[in-house]
Ligand binder design. Structure first.
Ligand code: MG
Length: 389
C-alpha cells in the first residue's frame, strides 16, 4: 500500500521540492492533501498535476477564485487557517509534511502529533515555539517527529551511529550567509538585495534573511534541543561556507559522524519520507574531488548577535524562544518592507527579550498570546520611532 502524504505549505520551496520527490517515489508514495496560503495559481497547477483528495487555501478570500479555477476537481476544497488542522489529522494521511512559513503552521503540527502521524517538520517554528508541547504530544500519541531541515536531518542521520548518551556534541553547520566576511557596520546597513543574495541555498525571502542574520542557526539550536533532547550546552555551530557537510555528531569515543551532500533539500525531504529506508533519489550525488576542499570557521558571536542571543535563549525553556521567534518574524517583515535597517532586526529582537519575563510550561493559547505580544511590541517600537538604532 502506498504512503499517503499531506503537504502543508505546498507552494513554498519545500512544498515544491516535496512534490517533486513524491512524484519520483510514485507509486509507493501519494499526495492526498495540499495546502497553500495565497498562491492560488500554483496550487491549482499542483492539484491538477497530482490529483489530491483535499486542497486547502488558508487565505479565506482566495476560496472562490480557487474553486472556480479548479473546475471539475472531484475532491474537497477547504478554506481558512483551521483547514491546516483538519488536513493534519485526516484518517487517510500517514505523513504530514509541515512546510508552512512562520508560526501559522504550529496548530497543524500539534494536531498531526496528537493524531499519531509521522510529522516531517520543515519549518522551525513548531519546535521553537512549542517544543515541549509538541514532543510531549508525539510521545503520548505514538507520533514520530522527523526533521526536514537539512542540518537536523544530518544530525538525525548521524545519530543512527550511536545512542543519545554517547553524544559529546551536536555540531550544526552554517553557511554564514552573505555577510560572513562583511564588516559589522556595513552588514548593519545592508540593502534588501544584498541580504537576499544567499551564496549557496535558494530559499524563500524570510528564511534567506534569517540566514543573513544567522537567526536561522539560532532557531536551529533551539530546535535541536527539543528534537534530540539535548541540553543547549551540547550544541555548537560551525561556519562552513560550501554547505556540503550538513551537520555532524561528535561522539564520546572521538568519532565524528557527518552527513554530506549537495545543497539540495530533496535529500533531507526524501529521507524524512522514506526513513528508516534509503531509496534511489532524484537529487544529484556528491563528487568531492570537484570541490577539492571544504572550509570551517568558528562564528563571531559579536558580529552575529542573533546567534549569541539564540544560545542564551536555548538554555531557557518556556516562553523566551516564542518571543525570540515572533519578534524576528515581525522585524524581518519590517526590513523587507524597507521600514528598518538590517541591523535593527536583531536590536528589535533583543529589545523584546529584555521587555519579557519568561514563563515555563505554557499552554498553546498562552504561547500564542506571548507570540502576539512580541509582534505587537515590535510594531509599537516601529510606530514610536524610539531610540532603536
Ligand atoms: Mg537549515
Amino acid at each position: 500500500m502506498s504512503k499517503k502524504v499531506a503537504i502543508l505549505g505546498s507552494t513554498g520551496s519545500i512544498g515544491c521540492n516535496t512534490l517533486a520527490v513524491i512524484e519520483a517515489l510514485a507509486p509507493d508514495y501519494e499526495v492526498v492533501a495540499l495546502s497553500a496560503h495565497s498562491q492560488t495559481d500554483l496550487l491549482v497547477a499542483q492539484a491538477t498535476q497530482c490529483r489530491p483528495q483535499y486542497v486547502a487555501i488558508t487565505e479565506n478570500g482566495n476560496f472562490e477564485p480557487l474553486k472556480a479555477a479548479l473546475g471539475d476537481f472531484s475532491g474537497q476544497i477547504l478554506a481558512g487557517p483551521d483547514s491546516l488542522v483538519d488536513l493534519a489529522a485526516l484518517d487517510e494521511v500517514d505523513i504530514v509534511v509541515c512546510a508552512v512559513v512562520g508560526a501559522a503552521g504550529l496548530p497543524a503540527a500539534l494536531a498531526a502529533a496528537k493524531a499519531g502521524k509521522t510529522v516531517a517538520i520543515a519549518n522551525k517554528e513548531p519546535l521553537v515555539i512549542a517544543g515541549e508541547l509538541l514532543t510531549t504530544a508525539a510521545r503520548d500519541n505514538g507520533a514520530t517527529l522527523l526533521p526536514i531541515d537539512s542540518e537536523h536531518s544530518a544530525v538525525f542521520q548521524a545519530m543512527q551511529s550511536g545512542t543519545p548518551d554517547e553524544v559529546r556534541k551536536i555540531i550544526l553547520t552554517a553557511s554564514g550567509g552573505p555577510f560572513r566576511n562583511t564588516p559589522t557596520e556595513q552588514m548593519n546597513n545592508a540593502t534588501i538585495e544584498e541580504a537576499l543574495d544567499h551564496p549557496t541555498w535558494d530559499m524563500g525571502p524570510k528564511i534567506t534573511i534569517d540566514s543573513a542574520t544567522m537567526m536561522n542557526k539560532a532557531l536551529e539550536v533551539i530546535e535541536a534541543v527539543w528534537l534530540f533532547n539535548m541540553p543547549a550546552e551540547k550544541i555548537d555551530v560551525l561556519i562552513h561556507p560550501e554547505s556540503i557537510v550538513h551537520s555532524m555528531v561528535d561522539f564520546v569515543d572521538g568519532s565524528m559522524i557527518a552527513q554530506l551532500g549537495t545543497p539540495d533539500m530533496k535529500v533531507p525531504i526524501q529521507y524524512a519520507l522514506t526513513y528508516p529506508k534509503r531509496v534511489k533519489g532524484i537529487a544529484k550525488g556528491l563528487e568531492l574531488h570537484e570541490l577539492g576542499q571544504l572550509n570551517f570557521q568558528l562564528p563571531d558571536l559579536n558580529h552575529f548577535k542573533a546567534l549569541k542571543l539564540g544560545f542564551e535563549v536555548a538554555k531557557t525553556s518556556g516562553s523566551a524562544p516564542v518571543v525570540f521567534n515572533a519578534a524576528n518574524e515581525a522585524a524581518v517583515a519590517a526590513f523587507l518592507d524597507g521600514k528598518i535597517r538590517f541591523g535593527q532586526i536583531v536590536e528589535l529582537i533583543d529589545h523584546c527579550l529584555q521587555a519579557h519575563s519568561p514563563q515555563a510550561h505554557l499552554t498553546l493559547e498562552a504561547l500564542l498570546q506571548v507570540d502576539a505580544w512580541a509582534r505587537q511590541e515590535v510594531h509599537q517600537q516601529l510606530t514610536q520611532k524610539t531610540v532603536i538604532g
